[in-house]
Design a protein around this ligand. Structure first.
Ligand code: SAM
Length: 209
């Protein structure tokens, strides 16, 4: 197997000790805020070990199409696949080890794009790409750790995109989305013990430009 390097390698190293409990809680709040339909075509961008994809797969047992789950780190995806096996929902997720930008999806083919705790690694080019893959009026939802309560360290800090620093406030993250042309932007702070995340949801414009 090819050795992963850079950010993927850093997440490969983290995969076996990943904090599923925290990220599963963040994912739950994100899915609740966006509230996808049972048959929506959905992607989990930078899915890691599948915090969002696994919960969607469990909630949408009767969905016709699998959740598209894409991540750069083979180690994180392997952990996600193993978790899916234990939850017996493996077939409901289409796992891909790949760069998530551009997302391997056709233009205007998805109803909802999720991205939990990862947009700071992808940068604003991801927000533009999600407008490409979303149908008009489709929904986007993402979370980010709040800068006042979390600081990326070591290898991870080196990979934070300059145009998406961790936000200081919910309003700041909402502004980036509005600047990318999304509408119906809602952003709020999620409190989880001593940790804080910003949860943002928005709609792709109904008219294509
Ligand atoms: C903090 S983890 C979050 C994972 C998952 N979304 C969750 O909520 O637990 C960040 C993830 O982003 C992934 N990632 C970073 N840059 C990426 C890129 N360009 N394409 C795909 N995945 C990427 C990493 O491999 C890692 O799994």
């Amino acid at each position: 197997m090819t050795q992963s390097t850079g950010l993927a390698g850093a997440f490969d190293d983290l995969a076996d000790s990943y904090d599923h409990r925290h990220h599963d809680e963040v994912a739950r709040a994100l899915i609740d805020q966006v509230a996808p339909g049972a048959q929506d075509l959905v992607a989990d961008v930078a899915c890691g070990a599948g915090a969002v994809a696994l919960q969607l797969a469990q909630r949408r047992q009767a969905a016709a199409q699998p959740v598209l789950a894409v991540d750069l780190s083979p180690g994180m995806v392997a952990v996600g696949r193993a978790r899916a096996e234990t939850m017996t929902c493996g077939g409901a997720i289409d796992w891909r080890v790949a760069d998530a930008v551009p997302l391997p999806a056709d233009d205007h083919s998805l109803d909802v794009v999720f991205c939990a705790s990862s947009l700071h690694f992808l940068g604003r080019r991801a927000l533009a790409d999600w407008r490409r893959v979303l149908r008009p009026g489709g929904r986007v939802g993402f979370t980010l750790p709040l800068a006042t309560h979390f600081r990326a360290s070591g290898d991870f800090a080196r990979h934070v995109a300059r145009d998406v620093p961790l936000p200081q406030t919910a309003r700041e993250a909402g502004t980036w989305v509005a600047e990318c042309g999304y509408t119906q932007v809602e952003s709020r702070i999620l409190v989880l013990g001593t940790r804080r995340a910003v949860v943002v949801s928005a709609s792709s414009p109904v008219r294509l430009d």
